[in-house]
Design a binder for this molecule. Structure first.
Ligand SMILES: [Fe+2]
Length: 477
């Protein structure tokens, strides 16, 4: 009887151990899981057999046939094994899904050099792979004082509070005191460690996770997750969010580096553009006015921000190739000889040589090369016609002609706005895209502007072309 009791107690202890391990199965490292389970199950089976032997003094195979009750523990163990197996399969599927999400995020992030586009293409998928209901990307301001909202998805869009800026210090302080680059807050301590949570709590938010984005060990922003219901975040989910943050940090860093390159190149190009104007006083301010008018026209046509930006840069640089044309020809008061005109025409190719190296970062070659093509094919340098002329070049071409007509030149006085518009009307289909020419005339007539007021305000321009180029322009003086 003592033997039986001892075996029974051992069996209960072993089964309890198996039960405990199966409950905390995911917390045990992958390497030792099978070993621990094999030892415990083997020990449990041995005890069951010995229990039967002690009780019946018969061989186990006989017992299995004679005593149906002995099958129950075996079924329990089999069930336990199956549940462990299925839990493992389920875990594998979740991990596989997370890998796919990470792959998609990495792929989409690396296919863009625009931070807003990166966020737009990745945040909703990332949110779906977590238990949270809202996600937002914040990037540090230049002075590192604030985190500025770049993009948000889900619950963030429904909140009736202003979360466009967060004080950077409070977030970084919390990262620092919790000694982690991912902080998740909920329950009674929700508002204790992060002042932002007090504001969020008023909007019904009960769970927050902030994950740090960093580049070269410097903080560049955060991903903020929110939820208004009770959720639990597992170690695997934290690790998944950490991996997504690393992908996003790399992509944002790449985009910022390209922005720096573009800004640096734009500064150089602006210096070139100013150098051309120094050579030819009659065209002073021409590139600036063409860029402004063409981007205003693009906005009027409903083009997106990237295209407007491209038109602006292309407008500033459209005549950059004139840097290689002798000043005596550019400033010649009388009519040009055929040879001189051929030389002038070369500014399109010379411009291409200058902007080609940055084609990858700032693709304005179409505008620089094709802004003198005519709709009927009579232009240069390629003699392209109709829709074959790149669309943005057709836009700049009209703004270029309008500004040239309404400015004084070495060989003639400026026309009035009405005369210039009449000229555009007369030359639509031969020189200009007829549809674009009509829209341009409508725009100018609607605004009732004249040659002294075609410039839009600095604020409007900043909105149109983005802060980065306005800053570059200021820096270039
Ligand atoms: Fe030109």
């Amino acid at each position: 009887m003592l033997d039986i009791a001892a075996h029974l107690i051992t069996l209960i202890l072993v089964l309890t151990g198996i039960g405990y391990i199966s409950c905390h199965y995911r917390r045990i490292s992958n390497e030792i899981r099978p070993t621990i389970m094999a030892i415990l199950l083997g020990y449990a089976l041995t005890n069951i057999f010995e229990l039967f032997l002690a009780y019946t003094e018969q061989p186990i195979y006989h017992l299995l046939i004679s005593y149906p009750n002995s099958v129950i523990p075996m079924l329990l163990i089999g069930g336990l094994l199956l549940s462990i197996q299925s839990s493992e399969r389920e875990q594998l599927e979740i991990e596989q899904q997370r890998l796919i999400v990470l792959y998609n995020i990495g792929n989409r992030a690396n296919n863009s050099l625009d931070v807003e586009e990166i966020a737009r293409n990745t945040l909703s998928e990332l949110l779906e792979a977590t238990p949270y209901s809202g996600i937002a990307l914040y990037l540090a301001s230049k002075n590192q004082e604030y985190l500025e909202l770049i993009w948000s998805e889900g619950l963030f869009k429904e909140l009736d509070i202003d979360l466009s800026m967060i004080a950077a210090k409070e977030i970084y302080f919390t990262f620092s005191i919790l000694n982690s680059d991912i902080i998740s807050l909920s329950g009674p301590e929700f508002c204790e460690k992060l002042p932002l949570c007090t504001k969020l709590k008023l909007a019904g938010i009960t769970n927050v996770l902030a994950a740090e984005l960093s580049s070269n060990r410097n903080s560049i922003g955060i991903l903020l997750f929110i939820a208004n219901n009770d959720i639990a975040i597992s170690d695997e989910q934290r690790s998944f969010i950490g991996s997504a943050c690393r992908w996003l940090s790399t992509a944002i860093n790449n985009a910022n580096s390209v922005d720096d390159l573009r800004t640096a190149y734009f500064k150089i190009a602006l210096s070139f553009s100013k150098a051309i104007e120094a050579k030819d006083p009659y065209t002073r301010g021409h590139s600036d006015r063409v860029a402004t008018l063409a981007s205003e026209f693009s906005s009027y046509l409903g083009l997106d921000k990237q295209q407007i930006e491209k038109v602006y840069i292309g407008g500033r640089l459209h005549d950059i190739g004139k840097i290689g044309i002798p000043g005596s020809i550019l400033n010649k008061p009388g009519s040009l000889t055929e040879e001189e005109y051929d030389l002038i025409k070369e500014h399109t190719y010379k411009g291409l040589e200058i902007v080609q190296p940055i084609n990858h970062y700032m693709n304005v070659t179409d505008i620089v090369v094709y802004h003198h093509e005519c709709y009927d094919g009579s232009g240069y340098p390629m003699g392209l016609s109709g829709e074959k002329i790149p669309f943005l070049a057709r836009i700049v071409s009209i703004a270029d002609a309008f500004d040239a007509m309404t400015s004084d030149r070495a060989y003639r006085q400026a026309m009035s706005t009405e005369q210039a518009l009449e000229n555009i009307k007369k030359n639509k289909e031969s020189q200009f895209d007829p549809l674009l020419a009509d829209h341009f005339i409508n725009m100018i007539e609607k605004k009732k502007i004249n040659e002294d007021s075609v410039r839009i305000t600095a604020d409007e321009l900043a909105t149109l072309i983005g802060e980065v180029f306005s800053n570059a322009e200021e820096a270039a003086g």
